[in-house]
Design a protein around this ligand. Structure first.
Ligand SMILES: [Zn+2]
Ligand SMILES: [Zn+2]
Length: 182
């Protein structure tokens, strides 16, 4: 009796895991052109995000669920996923979104498959990119972001540039005065 219950549970578990595997499909592969980024506060960097596959061709259903099951299609015009394609096929592009673990250190935005990281304050954070495509399981990529403080070096360069501009202005004023004096 116990053995039979045990076997039934095993069969049920195997069936449910097979169903889950079928539903979520193969996971999308997501890659970023850079996996580690070091930026000074106040600067930003654009990173290309690519997915494999980059798009899928999906059916445009006839919208008549009473005739066609749509998924699975029963009216005989199925796409390669078994979904109705009575109204043709269309390219589905991945839906990409990004999230920064610490929004105070780095801010993120995504536009046309390009991730933009804005360095805000010194520290370390992780940016997680998620991509979704019909019939595929969501794919992820992580990017380690290090934000450096605006640095003494940069202040010195700014101070030096300001000093040069001031000196040049003073010299010009003097030269003009001298000319007027003559
Ligand atoms: Zn149809
Ligand atoms: Zn159909």
């Amino acid at each position: 009796m116990i053995r039979r219950v045990f076997l039934t549970i095993c069969v049920l578990l195997a069936l449910s895991s097979a169903a889950v595997a079928f539903d979520s499909g193969t996971a999308l592969t997501v890659s970023a052109s850079q996996e580690t980024v070091t930026l000074r506060a106040g600067f930003s960097r654009k990173i290309n995000i690519t997915t494999l596959p980059s798009c899928v061709e999906v059916g445009i259903d006839c919208g008549m669920p009473e005739m066609c099951g749509i998924d699975p299609c029963t009216c005989g015009s199925a796409d390669s996923w078994g979904v109705c394609s009575c109204n043709g096929l269309k390219d589905a592009m991945p839906d990409i979104c990004a999230r920064s673990e610490d929004e105070n250190i780095a801010g993120v935005s995504v536009e046309n498959g390009t991730l933009k990281i804005r360095a805000l304050t010194a520290g370390r954070t992780t940016v997680t990119v998620t991509a979704a495509l019909p019939h595929y399981g969501d794919g992820f990529a992580t990017i380690s972001v290090t934000v450096l403080p605006l640095g003494v070096g940069l202040y010195l360069v700014c101070a030096l540039a300001a000093a040069i501009v001031c000196a040049a202005a003073l010299l010009a004023v003097r030269a003009i005065r001298r000319k007027r004096g003559n």
